[in-house]
Write a new protein. Structure first.
Length: 229
């Protein structure tokens, strides 16, 4: 998985790709064959898991799991390219999903598993914070659009385009577009201040979750040591 993600990244460097084109091709082809065999073996053997016990419906349920769908989307474009002589740029672009295969490494890394456990434990709070971010972004972009559209129609042509400005402003990244009306400047300043606080919510939630999770693991380890010989 790591080798293939590295290959996908390095392929975008034209000087490297032109010199080592054959190497990249063989890495891609061999890996996709291996991934294909692995995919069908996992589908075939998934019925050992009680959640997928049924030989037909169980395997179908397994195929509909997020990671199984990602794996299928990774390998499918390769075979569609072979079957149909056409320009499948969109299908080949799905190779970016190879990076998501790294999510499977959490099975072998305690640190990655801790991150996943924290996200699961805080999923409700994170959902609420992201909802607040989206709400504030829509409110901000709508307000600025109506205040600035008549003055700067090229910079604020519509609300969806203004949302990009709102995101950059809320995260304090900024761009070379600024409100010109007095009220627009006031609202823009408030968006910056409130945007920083709003975008800080997921960070604070995850930080709190990590502290709680690490504390829980320390207590479990301490308890095991006390119960040991």
């Amino acid at each position: 998985m790591v080798l293939n993600v590295a290959a996908v990244v390095l392929e975008t460097v034209e000087s490297l790709y032109l010199v080592h084109k054959d190497i990249f091709y063989y890495i891609s082809s061999v890996s996709l064959i291996v991934f294909t065999v692995e995919y069908f073996l996992r589908v075939w053997s998934c019925d050992v898991d009680p959640n997928y016990r049924n030989p037909v419906l169980g395997r179908l349920r397994y195929c509909l799991t997020p990671l199984a769908i990602i794996d299928l989307m990774v390998i499918l474009p390769f075979y569609l390219d072979l079957a149909f002589a056409a320009d499948h740029r969109f299908l080949r672009s799905l190779r970016v999903l190879w990076t998501l295969r790294l999510l499977k490494l959490h099975r072998y890394s305690e640190s990655l598993q801790t991150i996943i456990d924290v996200i699961k434990a805080q999923e409700r709070e994170l959902a609420m914070s992201f909802t607040a971010i989206i709400f504030f972004m829509v409110l901000s972009s709508t307000t600025i659009y109506f205040l600035e559209h008549d003055v700067q129609p090229q910079n604020f042509p519509n609300i969806p385009a203004t949302m990009w400005w709102a995101v950059l402003t809320m995260t304090t990244i900024g761009m070379n577009v600024y409100p010109e009306t007095p009220l627009g400047k006031v609202i823009g300043g408030l968006i910056i201040i409130l945007g920083v606080a709003t975008f800080a919510l997921p960070t604070s939630i995850l930080t709190s979750g990590f502290v709680d999770e690490l504390q829980r693991k320390r207590e479990e380890k301490h308890s095991e040591e006390e119960d040991g010989p």
